[in-house]
Design a protein around this ligand. Structure first.
Ligand code: CA
Length: 223
């Protein structure tokens, strides 16, 4: 799950990106409206968290242009307490949800979960053999036992599950797991895959390596 955070307040952006990354999301930060628009044009995001008071290009204009391009991307507006008019305009322009600053982090994370799930039109759980993944709670169970996964492993599993039975290249994984900082290397991906594979194989769930191409979470034969 990759999120674009358009927010000019560096302190809010830093705190929010950090907590979302800890939750296994890949987060890109844009500090003004023009950078946000440029990112939206080049990267395939799962959610946009949009501050309305942005320099260079206002949040409402970013949203307007996004919808003018017929993008179905889920948008969560972050707005100052006094911006009632803007909030209404934002919803009219096709935002999916909004939160008023200062906001409660746990509530924002809950709304992010709901929006990313809804945006992909997903069912609450995905099953792959003995593996059951709860997309709402973002929890994986193997043979009924909750799996202990790191944020990266969780992010990796989500990408593999969303393309179950299909090849996922290392580049695609890097793309989904890192922000603009590019802190995830191909070697790191191999390490995360190795760890995740170990945790899944005890339940008979297999991550196949397609040499030189990438990985594939194999559907259970019985499915
Ligand atoms: Ca602002």
């Amino acid at each position: 799950m990759r999120i674009l955070l358009a927010e000019d307040d560096a302190i809010i952006a830093d705190g929010l990106s950090r907590s979302l990354r800890q939750g296994g999301y890949a987060v890109d930060w844009a500090a003004n409206g023009l950078d946000a628009e440029a990112a939206l044009l080049t990267v395939d995001y799962d959610l946009l968290i949009l501050d309305l008071g942005l320099p260079k290009l206002g949040g409402l204009e970013v949203l307007k242009r996004l919808r003018a391009r017929n993008s179905p991307l889920a948008v969560l507006i972050l707005t100052a307490l006094d911006g009632t008019g803007d909030r209404v305009k934002g919803l009219d322009l096709g935002a999916d949800d909004y939160m008023v600053k200062p906001f409660d982090l746990a509530e924002l994370e809950a709304r992010v979960r709901a929006l990313t799930r809804r945006s992909a039109g997903k069912t609450p759980t995905i099953q792959c053999g003995a593996l059951v993944y709860d997309q709402v709670g973002r929890m994986a169970q193997l043979d009924g036992q909750t799996l202990d996964l790191s944020a990266r492993e969780l992010g990796l599993l989500e990408v593999l599950l969303s393309r179950m039975g299909r090849l996922v290249s290392k580049d695609q994984l890097v793309d989904h797991l890192c922000g603009w900082g590019g802190e995830v290397s191909h070697n790191a991906i191999e390490v995360y895959v190795h760890r995740l594979r170990k945790k899944l194989e005890v339940g008979g769930v297999k991550i196949a390596t397609m040499r030189g191409l990438g990985y594939c979470l194999e559907r259970n034969q019985a499915d």
